[in-house]
Ligand binder design. Structure first.
Ligand SMILES: Nc1ncnc2c1ncn2[C@@H]1O[C@H](COP(=O)(O)OP(=O)(O)O)[C@@H](O)[C@H]1O
Ligand SMILES: [Mg+2]
Length: 334
């Protein structure tokens, strides 16, 4: 893999976060989201980058893609021809008016078809005032300077910016895609593991590669061995087996057992949000009748809504279990 071989960081790199150590440096090495990645590859090859908005959930490669693209387009000119502004930098109206404008006015000699690039990471956290100022700068300097914005939700970018940009959508990575990347890192770092440990990492990451790599590294540095047990200790999420048991008990008509299982989790200190998030994922993958699964998901969705509105009590979760039990009764009678 060129991404791992192109890494030149210090020695064993023992203190380096793996998310950085194994961040792909070329667009081709970015895993998943084939449509998005191939569009970016065309731009990397042909130049003339349009203004871009990359949007999608965290840990799917948006920042990585922009950085790789800018490096491929500008090579040795990267330093003087790229302005990177992260969420931690001040990006209020004044910065847009001054810093970005000054950069846009700066003369840099580039090959034809190449432009200076302003990278605005997590652009959805910019105020709409700053975005308005940005939009004008974008317009005035479009001959020499292009913008690449990354965000979780493109709807938080003001309409006039959206309409000046090509939108590239990213979605969660599949379990297979995450597994593939984990294997590369496992091999390079010589991490001992059992397959169930990887399954646990993939389960907790839920399509987020950053989370997967961080959980892998945390498990390894804490226990030197990746198995299910260690992963759930490190990730501090309810153990899926425990939650799965609750679902099975409901399906077996053992409502009281399900409730006491829930009580145990609650007393271990897991928040209702943690519990219900895991519960939903378990139900989604549970081998059960389609009709019943849909009912279960519906009820879990409603309970999730009540919890996120603030009613996150033990009673609320028990109420959900009873709704699930009733749905099962109804399905059996039908
Ligand atoms: N599609 C991907 N392919 C390979 N590695 C990825 C991918 N997405 C994320 N990563 C890993 O996770 C880290 C964080 O990714 P990043 O691009 O910053 O995500 P975000 O979409 O939140 O901007 C990267 O440094 C890289 O190690
Ligand atoms: Mg990012």
């Amino acid at each position: 893999m060129s991404s791992s071989s192109s890494f030149t960081g210090g020695g064993g790199g023992y203190d380096m976060p793996w998310v950085e150590k194994y961040r792909p440096t070329k667009v081709v090495d970015i895993v998943g989201n084939e449509d998005a990645v191939s569009r970016l590859q065309v731009i990397a090859r042909d130049g003339n980058m349009p203004n871009l908005i990359l949007s999608g959930p965290p840990g799917t490669g948006k920042t990585t893609s922009i950085l790789a693209l800018a490096h491929e387009l500008l090579g040795p000119n990267y330093k003087e021809a790229v302005l990177e502004l992260n969420a931690s930098d001040d990006r209020g109206i004044d910065v847009v008016r001054n810093k970005i404008k000054m950069f846009a006015q700066k003369k840099v000699t580039l090959p034809t078809g190449r432009h200076k690039i302003v990278i605005l990471d997590e652009a959805d956290s910019m105020t709409s005032g700053a975005q308005q100022a940005l939009r004008r700068t974008m317009e005035i300097y479009s001959n020499s300077t292009r913008f690449a914005l990354a965000c979780n939700t493109s709807s938080k970018i003001i309409e006039p910016i959206q309409s000046r940009c090509a939108l590239v959508r990213f979605s969660r990575l599949s379990d297979q895609e995450i597994l593939g990347r984990l294997m590369v890192v496992l091999e390079a770092e010589k991490v001992p593991y059992v397959p169930e440990g990887l399954e646990a990492i993939i389960f907790t990451a839920d399509g987020d590669m950053r989370q997967a790599l961080n959980n892998l590294q945390a498990t390894y540095s804490g226990f030197r061995f990746v198995n299910q047990e260690n992963v759930f200790k490190v990730c501090d999420q309810p153990h899926p087996l425990h939650v799965k048991n609750m679902v099975r008990q409901v399906l077996d008509g053992k409502f009281d057992d399900a409730c006491s299982g829930l009580k145990q989790l609650y007393e271990l200190g897991y928040s209702p949000t943690d519990i219900i998030t895991t519960l939903f994922r378990i139900i989604k993958n549970y081998d059960m009748a389609e009709y019943l699964k849909l009912e279960f998901m519906k009820e879990t969705g409603f309970a999730h809504m009540r919890i996120s509105e603030g009613v996150g009590s033990y009673l609320q979760l028990c109420g959900l279990l009873s709704k699930l039990a009733l749905a099962r009764e109804k399905a059996k009678a039908a």
